[in-house]
Design a protein around this ligand. Structure first.
Ligand code: 5GP
Ligand code: ZN
Length: 112
C-alpha cells in the first residue's frame, strides 16, 4: 500500500487522532496552516472528489456529519473553513480524498 492516508487509516503511520469510527478518521494536519487544522478522510481509498459517485456519496454526507460533531466538540462556535483540493491544478498533494478543516481560533491543545 503506497497511499500515505490509507496507511494512516490502517494505523501503520501514526497520527494525532481526533475522531474515528468504522468509516472515517479525523486527525491533525502535520503542517498546520491555521491555529486549528485537521483532516477528515474516508478509511477506504477514494482518490478525490472526482471519484465521488452514487456508490460512495453516502460516505461524503457522513464526513460532513463528523465535521459538524468535531466542530461542536472543539467549540468552534465562531466558524471554520472546509476545503478539499482536487488534482494537480487544485493543489492536491495527497491522492486520497481529504477534507481540511481550518479555524483561526487558538486552542489550548495541540500546543504550539
Ligand atoms: P493537500 O495538499 O493534498 O490538499 O493536503 C495534504 C495535507 O496533508 C497537507 O496539509 C499536509 O500537511 C498533510 N499531510 C501530508 N502528510 C501527512 C502525514 O503524514 N500526517 C499528517 N498528519 N498530515 C499529513
Ligand atoms: Zn488511500
Amino acid at each position: 500500500m503506497d497511499c500515505i492516508f490509507c496507511r494512516i487509516a490502517a494505523g501503520e503511520i501514526p497520527s494525532t487522532k481526533i475522531f474515528e469510527d468504522d468509516q472515517v478518521l479525523a486527525f491533525y494536519d502535520a503542517s498546520p496552516q491555521a491555529p486549528v487544522h485537521f483532516l477528515v478522510i474516508p478509511k477506504t481509498h477514494i482518490g478525490s472528489v472526482q471519484e465521488v459517485d452514487a456508490g460512495n456519496s453516502g460516505m461524503i454526507a457522513h464526513i460532513f456529519e463528523v465535521i459538524a460533531g468535531i466542530a461542536r466538540q472543539l467549540d468552534l462556535d465562531n466558524g471554520y473553513r472546509v476545503v478539499t483540493n482536487v488534482g494537480d491544478d487544485g493543489g492536491q498533494t495527497v491522492g486520497h480524498l481529504h477534507f481540511h478543516v481550518l479555524a483561526k481560533r487558538k486552542l489550548a491543545w495541540p500546543p504550539g
